[in-house]
Design a protein around this ligand. Structure first.
Ligand SMILES: [Zn+2]
Ligand SMILES: [Zn+2]
Length: 257
């Protein structure tokens, strides 16, 4: 399984792009500004996008992608998401005011965009991948995804989440996790804000990992606020000593096999 981290930043700036992960050639998780780093031919390979939630940093390049591919698509781009996320996108984005309703273009029978509702714990099978959504705990309805491929290690992405008993229980329910990609948006001294905005600090992440029944082999960290990156990394290195930790950067590629 090839994973390219197109975007993993909690903000913007030079070389800082927001959440977008490409799994092999045809599948994306989220459509943040990282999506803009693909070439035209790579963009044309995208068949489906699994959204975690409707926050702007995770969806902002979705409308541009559909527009970009409009006259090249033989089949609609499939967008998988929780029902609440689909409702939000229909109401606030593909509403003819912010952007055209591409579920009705070029016509309703053969649209270029198709929304597909996901239900937590019900797996979706693509040609080679199996994705299983599970609830995270964020300020809006949010799910993470477990990604499986035959003979490959298991990859889990929590998306934006805070620390709660439900999140720990959901991660435990997933069973073996080889690589856990999890956010750590804010430094320890911003824990009050992290709790209000339902994100994680290094201290909260340390507790989350300690409470998991089976420890992930590898931990990938994303969504750091650019102004606090150095501080968060220092705190993570201190708190998660001895664990296999990667603080992700945009453009990084991995082959999980
Ligand atoms: Zn969010
Ligand atoms: Zn976010």
């Amino acid at each position: 399984m090839k994973i390219k981290i197109l975007g993993c930043s909690g903000g913007m700036g030079a070389n800082q792009h927001t959440t977008c992960i490409r799994i092999d050639e045809h599948t994306l998780i989220d459509a943040g500004t990282g999506l803009g780093s693909l070439t035209q031919s790579e963009l044309a390979q995208i068949k489906r996008i699994f959204l975690t939630h409707a926050h702007l940093d995770h969806i902002c390049f979705l409308p541009l992608l559909i527009d970009n591919l409009f006259d090249k698509l033989k089949d609609p781009i499939e967008v998988y998401a929780l029902p609440e996320v689909i409702d939000t996108l229909k109401q606030h984005m593909f509403n003819w005011s912010i952007w055209p309703d591409f579920t009705a273009l070029p016509d309703k029978q053969n649209p270029v965009l198709r929304f597909i509702t996901v239900t937590p714990w019900q797996s979706i099978h693509t040609e080679t991948l199996t994705l299983t959504p599970f609830p995270s705990d964020h300020v809006v309805p949010t799910c993470g995804y477990r990604v499986e491929k035959k003979d490959c290690p298991i990859f889990v992405f929590t998306s934006d989440t805070t620390l709660s008993p439900e999140v720990i229980s959901n991660l435990n329910r997933l069973g073996t996790i080889n690589t856990l990609m999890v956010e750590c948006a804010m430094p320890d001294n911003m824990e009050t804000l992290a709790k209000l905005s339902k994100h994680l600090t290094p201290g909260m992440l340390q507790t989350l990992l300690a409470d998991m029944d089976q420890k992930p082999e590898h931990i990938w960290i994303s969504h750091l606020k650019p102004s606090y990156t150095r501080q968060i990394i220092d705190e993570l290195q201190h708190r998660l000593q001895g664990q296999d930790l990667v603080v992700l950067s945009c453009g990084q590629q991995f082959e999980l096999s």
